[in-house]
Design a protein around this ligand. Sequence first.
Ligand code: 9MR
Length: 602
Amino acid sequence: MKRRFRRIFGITLLFLTLVAAIGSVTVLGQGGKAQASELPSLREIYQDYFEIGAAVSIAGWSSKTFDRHRELIEHHFSSLTAENEMKPEALQPGPGNFRFTDADRMVDFAVEQGMKVRGHTLVWHAQTGDWFFRDGKNQLIYEKDVITEADRQLVIDRLENHIEVVMEHFGDKVYAWDVVNEAVSDGGGAIHRPDSPWFQILGDDFMKIAFTKAHEVNPNVKLFYNDYNPEMAYKRGRTIKMLEDLLADGVPVHGIGIQGHWSVDGTTIKEIEQAIRMYADLGLEIHITEMDVGMEGFTEEQQAERYRELFQLFKKHSDVITSVTIWGITDDASWRRDENPLLFDGNGEPKPAFWALVDTDKPWYVNKAEYTNAVEFFNSAGEMVGALKPGDYNLNELDSLGFNLAEVTGLQVEKGHLITFFEQEGQQGTAWHFITTEDFAGGAMATQAKSLSIASIETDNIALNKPTKANVLGERAHRAVDGEKISSWSPSAEPPYWLEVDLEGTYLLSRWVVRLHGTGPLAGEVEESPFNAADFSLQISDDGVNWQDVDVVEGNTASICDRDLNLVKASYVRLYVTRPTSVDRNNSLAVYEFEVYGTVLD
Ligand code: 9MR
């Protein structure tokens, strides 16, 4: 069959020279770069859920994303935070020496664009001039053996004055302030971090003083306590205790800012969700204030998946999460630039992570293809000469072509998509499918195809309840495809063991999952176990006789093995296990479920 594809596709592209630049045929300029305003707008997508914000840098000494990426900022965000320009060091570098120029530029722009502004931050141990903490003799008060009442009062006056001048300057243009940033300790028994000069001089009173003053200056403004890791079990007990005490004391704290400097793995969704519930139970509003997801050796696709699951969580809790801010615009200007943690690359181009947020119900590549292209056509020089979005096309309707398909020698199909050429118009008759350029020789379709369609691939579990065979314990093999995660196929003899599924049709396979020993009730549903199958492979066949490996797993200990496939065609699949556990001489295999995802071809 594959050989026939090749022959047919030798003529396909000649035929496609008739395709016209109407409907969703896109003709792209050099490099195929899209304007920011042509992308779906995150601001519109999230308007019914929460404010979607970005941190921008404005000042000459910083990365100036505010000026460099104005179009992206306008298009995607409904809220802005100054990455550095509203910190004490920037606004009041010396006593009474207030500098608002940089921050004002951003605030004026936000007002013009109908955006909200989060103020960051009034009181912090970092990026704060040490003049705040010096006495009349220029001595650092927190280094003194004895801190007098006069010392304390001096620092309180400076704190209150800073809050007053800054909040009065911005007025209601700043609707929420991070009043205090990062006050909670990372370890030890104490609640407050010991290295904060505010704490060293004023003890925990500084929190109450700051929030009370801020509320007095502008009662319209929402007042936040902002920190890193307050969602994590190690830190949230202390954070909750601190906030509970403040609230019990009548201190006007309205919300918690969870910074959200995350990575692709690490803090689980469950842990974050628990924290969201706990803070909401205190009656606090929740802002995600500084989100970024470092890649740290993971792929852009994995990063996109993580952004997707985090935003799914935020949407689920959008009754209490009222704002989500991404800490920067482009990777090159991020404070974590080595980890490329943001939605746009250094050229301002959207990454998979951006596409993941466009619709969190779908994988990023499906979103991307719907808005840009699912198939790109290349000439022999490797230049893109045109592109098509998902849809159905009758070839003879597409005249006045914007690009010449006669010169097309290759195509690139977006992950999770399939281009199918049909013998007849209206997507009828014999069909020929492509998923990679590998099989695509160009040209040969001209005499045969009259229509084409481009679609994203459904991913049903196509092994579910299909006929099974196995070399050992065959009468129980069906338990691995019955959709029940408590029944298993559990051969215990001499490996190799194999279990075969007749798919009863021809499919393109995109993913396979095996739920092993550790997923079972007896093992206690653990994530890892040496009793999980160690070495095994997925094999495919056209006839149930001749088999070939398409994916090989070695040294596995995970309880769930979940792997993507580079779309392969098969009518039969087989799980082939050569090492049933990682434990010497233990040959007991347990497969609770063997799932294969794909789309029907015939
Ligand atoms: O992103 C900010 C970076 O440009 C500054 O150099 C740095 C200085 O401390 O502060 C960064 O922003 C921090 C934020 O204000 C508070 N939470 C942690 C952020 C990342 O360090």
